[in-house]
Ligand binder design. Structure first.
Ligand code: AHR
Length: 496
């Protein structure tokens, strides 16, 4: 029997709701078709946004949406995406399939989408091929409330009131698709561009600036960029994708995998813990005591595209394996809530580890969708101290590297209700757990589960295989509970 301890007396940090954030790029069918279909579409929409998708994302509790890229951000020129639709300039989306981008989804459409979703905004600016003036004018266009050339242009295009810009990314993957820069060069550019990302309303509506951080375990990048940027940023981004075979030319299938590949996926997903810990340590060594923040604004599984689909569109299915990856990663983020202020899974609809898949007018919620929905009560709660004993699983494909079979996190809301999410990452072994809550008499416990055989998935024209169900296989104790978690499962306990 594994022991699980939750300590309501140890209140660690507020869990920023942005940790449960999403990312939508002009890539394949994420924006076009997946979210935005245009006002004249037969698919039910409000001002061009799919009603079914907006409703599903709201129910899931989407707190923030990053846009327009990704790699696309560094070749996006925002002025091409405003004004009369007929006159919007077309461009080639060179990174993603070489398709024509007609710019029908631009700044106004993005903010309309976020208004419909009721979520925070995170716009990623262009450093790779854009100018300082272009970036500065975009921020003025979005946020300035008064008489100015960009505010007038915005009004001419139908929007008098400025929008709220919560986060602004100064470049994306500047070490790669964003310009192939050396960290020192990017660090200098960041300082320059950042000056012109103005807080027109002062600190009252401060725009959180995100500097381009490392790819995976590139600690050198973190050190050199932060050396230049210092306190001028509100967060350094980290990108990490789980690629089961660890090979970009043969990543592995989203739906066909054996036990070893399953374990290897989980093992690689766990790397997130090591990356966060080490990058934070590196950041602390550059600016001791500053407690600089991390923003994991791209994460998730990345498989070979579904057979027969455009390789540049990154469309992949999603199974229970992805649900387990999502649950373990969100638990890791919760546990680092004091320093990880935002995270954005890639990408919202039809791209990589998406929460929604669409096919014309049809829509499917993936297993990952249900994990986000299940975990949403953690948003804005206070992280509690918790610990679980667990055996480890060996990943044969990773030189027998071990990963913990169980991972948990717990939080408390303002009414004293405790939420605990536990993942059993084993594909074949259930886990018996005894949970004790310090100094607490338990009045009631409710629980929910997401589980299934590791290949279980939701598909078009089929009954849903994976969703959230009530979980009753636990016994309440005066100060906790005992339970048996099935293999390959994610469970939430709500304890009063
Ligand atoms: O999410 C897909 C791509 O992955 C993004 O455009 C890029 O930033 C990253 O390499």
């Amino acid at each position: 029997m594994e022991k699980y301890l939750i300590n309501p007396n140890e209140k660690i940090a507020k869990i920023n709701k942005e940790i449960y954030g999403h990312f939508s790029e002009h890539l394949g069918r994420c924006i076009y078709g997946g979210i935005f279909v245009g006002k004249d579409s037969e698919i039910p929409n409000k001002n061009g946004m799919r009603k079914d998708v907006v409703k599903a994302l709201k129910e899931m509790g989407i707190p923030v949406l990053r846009w327009p890229g990704g790699c696309f951000a560094d070749e996006y020129h925002w002025k091409d995406g405003i004004g009369d639709l007929k006159n919007r300039k077309k461009m080639i989306n060179t990174h993603w399939g070489g398709v024509t981008e007609d710019n029908s989804f631009g700044t106004h459409e993005y903010f309309e989408l976020c208004e419909q979703l009721g979520c925070k905004t995170y716009v990623n600016g262009n450093v790779g091929s854009g100018t300082v003036q272009e970036m500065s004018e975009w921020v003025e266009y979005i946020t300035f409330d008064g008489v100015s050339p960009m505010a007038e242009l915005r009004e001419k295009n139908g929007r008098k009131k400025p929008w709220k810009l919560d986060y602004f990314g100064v470049g994306n993957e500047s070490w790669g698709c964003g310009g192939n820069m050396a960290p020192e060069h990017y660090g200098n550019l960041y300082k320059q561009y950042n000056v012109f990302v103005r807080d027109y309303k002062g600190q009252k509506e401060h725009i959180n600036r995100i500097a381009c951080g490392p790819n995976s375990d590139d600690y050198h990048w973190t050190k050199k960029v932060l050396d230049k940027v210092k306190w001028r940023t509100d967060g350094l981004s980290l990108h990490y994708y789980t690629v089961p075979k660890g090979n970009w030319n043969d990543k592995g299938s989203a739906t066909k995998f054996d036990n070893n590949e399953y374990n290897s996926t989980i093992c690689k997903a766990y790397k997130m813990e090591e990356l966060i810990t080490n990058h934070l340590a590196m950041m602390d060594s550059v600016i001791p005591g500053a407690k600089s923040k991390l923003v994991v604004d791209e994460w998730g599984t990345w498989y070979d595209v579904e057979p027969g689909t455009n390789p540049g569109f990154l469309y992949q299915q999603s199974t229970m394996r992805d649900a387990v990856v999502a649950a373990l990663t969100l638990n890791i983020f919760n546990k680092h809530a004091d320093r990880v202020i935002m995270a954005n899974i890639a990408q919202t609809v039809n791209v990589l580890q998406s929460v929604i898949l669409t096919d014309g007018e049809k829509m499917v919620k993936t297993p990952t969708y249900y994990v986000f929905k299940m975990f949403k009560e953690h948003q804005e709660n206070t992280l509690l101290g918790s610990f679980i004993t667990t055996d480890s699983v060996k990943s044969k494909n990773d030189g027998n590297k071990e990963f913990p079979r169980l991972i948990e996190s717990a939080s408390i809301d303002e009414n004293g209700v405790i939420y605990s999410t536990v993942a059993n990452t084993s594909f074949d072994k259930s886990a018996k757990i005894k949970c004790q809550i310090a100094d607490r008499k338990v009045k009631s416990i409710k629980a929910e589960i997401i589980t299934g055989e590791m290949h279980a998935k939701n598909d078009f024209n089929k009954k849903e295989e994976v969703n959230i169900k009530e979980f009753n296989d636990f016994k309440a104790l005066s100060n906790g509970f005992t339970c048996t978690l099935p293999a390959c499962s994610v469970v939430k306990f709500v304890i009063e």
